[in-house]
Design a protein around this ligand. Structure first.
Ligand code: B12
Ligand code: SF4
Ligand code: SF4
Length: 257
């Protein structure tokens, strides 16, 4: 009863799919215990949004990122509204996990492990299965889907898992990864992916600062007018900016394509 009510509520806000997982069905070896987020957690509500095909496939990286930022904004608002709806109606606590960040930037983790693995949460909530690209493939939207989650104190059973084969093992994701980050099955080389997909991320900023501090004053002036600095400046207020969507865009899975 509460599952359908919550699903309808989130779908009416503009989500593309909603799934539920009992907390014991969420298994992600490398991730922290979800009780670190909400000690009394009993279930996860996983809310999914599809990427626009035209933004994911665009050769203009600003267009790709515009589509992503639009989902970030919608999903951020919706996770709050859904959490507030569940708290008010069912008198339980809820805690949100957003699309990508904030992330734990502490030693040993350095932004590479989320507080909750949204891919494993999505699989446990019956929203899809892992593909060769290490993304979760949804039966209808394929790889072009993103997740947020709400931890709740509601005692809810998991939705049935997806049992159909969605990944057809065509290898297009592997071949189209410019960083060669998907060569080993079941493992994304995070550093190779990061260098290629987030050139204006932390690595880029550290590299620029190191060069800048060693440069003579005249060179420093030049460096501040360089497109590299201007892009880093933009990233400093926009947030992480992805420059590569190839493993999503090249994947033919999903019946809409
Ligand atoms: C940190 C991070 C990254 C890091 C990766 C670090 C890592 N090893 O996971 C970097 C920067 C490299 C990255 C890249 C990308 N990311 Co990212 N990322 C995250 C984030 C914030 C945390 C992930 C995490 O906690 N990983 C640590 C643990 C869980 O990973 P792991 O146990 O080692 O599992 C890995 C493998 O073992 C394998 N795996 C695990 N179990 C199984 C089971 C089977 C059967 C198989 C085949 C594989 C497999 O999958 C994982 C990939 O390395 C999540 C959001 C979130 N909170 O979950 C988004 C997220 C995973 N990213 C996402 C996306 C879309 C991307 C990119 C396409 C970039 C972009 N343009 O958006 C690329 C794709 C890279 C790829 N093909 O794997 C989406 C994935 C959506 C989906 N449909 O699956 C997420 C869920 C964001 C979201 N809210 O939707 N990301
Ligand atoms: S985002 Fe780009 S670099 Fe990273 S794994 Fe996907 S295709 Fe490769
Ligand atoms: S591109 Fe092909 S091999 Fe890669 S995940 Fe999609 S269907 Fe699977």
């Amino acid at each position: 009863m509460s599952k359908e009510d919550i699903r309808n509520y989130a779908m009416n806000l503009g989500a593309d799919a909603v799934g539920f997982a009992a907390i014991e069905d969420y298994q992600s070896k490398k991730s922290p215990d979800p009780k670190m987020i909400l000690p009394t957690v009993k279930s996860l509500v996983v809310i999914a949004y599809r990427e626009l095909d035209g933004s994911v496939e665009s050769a203009n990286s600003r267009t790709c990122m515009s589509g992503r930022m639009a989902i970030m904004e919608l999903s951020q608002k919706n996770i709050y509204l859904t959490g507030r709806y569940v708290e008010d109606k069912y008198h339980v606590k809820t805690a949100p996990v957003l699309l990508s960040y904030p992330l734990d930037m502490g030693p040993g983790v350095m932004g590479l492990i989320g507080d909750l693995s949204l891919r494993h949460a999505a699989v446990a909530a019956g929203l899809g299965v892992f593909g060769r690209n290490n993304l979760v493939l949804h039966p209808r939207f394929g790889s072009r889907i993103l997740f947020t989650a709400l931890l709740t104190e509601l005692d809810l059973p998991s939705d049935p898992p997806v049992t159909e084969e969605i990944c057809n093992d065509c290898g297009l994701c592997v071949d189209n990864c410019p960083a060669k980050a998907l060569e080993v099955e079941g493992q994304t080389d995070a550093m190779k992916c990061l260098r290629n997909s987030q050139p204006w991320g932390i690595g880029g900023a550290i590299g620029f600062i190191l060069k800048f501090t060693k440069a003579p004053p005249e060179k420093q002036k030049e460096m501040l007018m360089d497109p590299q600095f201007l892009k880093l400046y933009q990233a400093s207020f926009i947030g992480f900016q992805y420059d590569c969507f190839n493993c999503m865009a090249s994947c033919p899975a999903g019946s809409r394509l």
